[in-house]
Design a protein around this ligand. Structure first.
Ligand SMILES: N[C@@H](CCC(=O)N[C@@H](CS)C(=O)NCC(=O)O)C(=O)O
Length: 233
């Protein structure tokens, strides 16, 4: 029986870095999808959401919210936080930048056209990509933060995987970053996860509509009948 449960919309979103961390640290888990406002009401009534937000990770008898806390809990639990305080500082620094870098990819499905998404991702990569490359050159271990893989490498690679889905040539001018990405997705746990049914597809309109329906929020304004779920409150 799988007793680690990750509750979120039926898609990647802000739960995806936690899925990669669970995979990398060999924790078997199940996705618990929230598909309707009624599902969310039941979840809220359960009092499992410490700050009334998803994702929710149920692990070790704890109810965790905030993806950054989940990632770090799993990193400590799985010894992916480096070997010393300096490594840990670099983990946090790179993880913070990776979160900024990832945000553009998380927002992609909410944008009106592919052209806009590609332009946004290319602009974001041109800011951060060369700096990740330079960091890898300085660090000279093949990893961003320490001498071995850490959670920073994992969450950065998760973001890169989304960039590559939109812009397949993203890593062509950053060979060290490309090598890091290939090393991370070659990790046995992550490779198995990416091939598994637990991995949701690239988010599209279905994901955007599903999240708006659950939260009873407006859709992006370019979508037809953008207030269709708000009106039903
Ligand atoms: N920083 C948080 C973001 C959490 C968040 O904004 N969750 C949204 C869904 S993606 C939510 O639960 N919204 C409902 C609410 O805040 O009431 C994280 O990374 O976990």
């Amino acid at each position: 029986m799988v007793d680690v449960r990750l509750t979120y919309f039926r898609g990647r979103g802000r739960a995806e870095t936690t899925r990669w961390m669970l995979a990398a640290t060999a924790v078997k888990f199940m996705n618990v999808p929230i598909d309707t406002p009624e599902d969310l009401s039941v979840l809220r009534a359960s009092k499992k959401l410490p700050f009334d937000q998803m994702p929710l990770l149920e692990i070790d008898g704890k109810f965790l919210s905030q993806s950054s806390a989940m990632i770090r809990y799993l990193a400590r639990r799985g010894e992916l936080y480096g070997a010393n305080d300096t490594d840990a500082m670099w983990c946090d620094l790179i993880a913070g930048v990776a979160a900024d870098f990832a945000e553009t990819a998380i927002q992609a499905a909410f944008k009106p056209t592919t052209e806009i998404v590609v332009a946004d991702l290319e602009a974001r990569f041109s800011k951060f990509g060369p700096r990740f490359e330079a960091r890898l050159e300085d660090q000279n271990s093949g990893y961003c933060a320490a001498d071995s893989m850490t959670f920073a490498d994992i969450i950065l690679s998760e973001a890169i995987s989304s960039y590559l889905e939109w812009c397949p040539d993203t890593l062509d001018s950053t060979p060290r970053l490309k090598a890091l990405y290939e090393r991370v997705i070659g990790d046995a746990g992550i490779a198995a996860y990416l091939e598994s049914e637990l991995r949701y597809p690239k988010p599209g309109n279905d994901y955007v509509i599903g999240a708006a329906r659950v939260l009873r929020r407006a859709l992006p304004t370019h979508m037809p009948d953008a207030n269709r779920f708000v009106a039903s409150i």
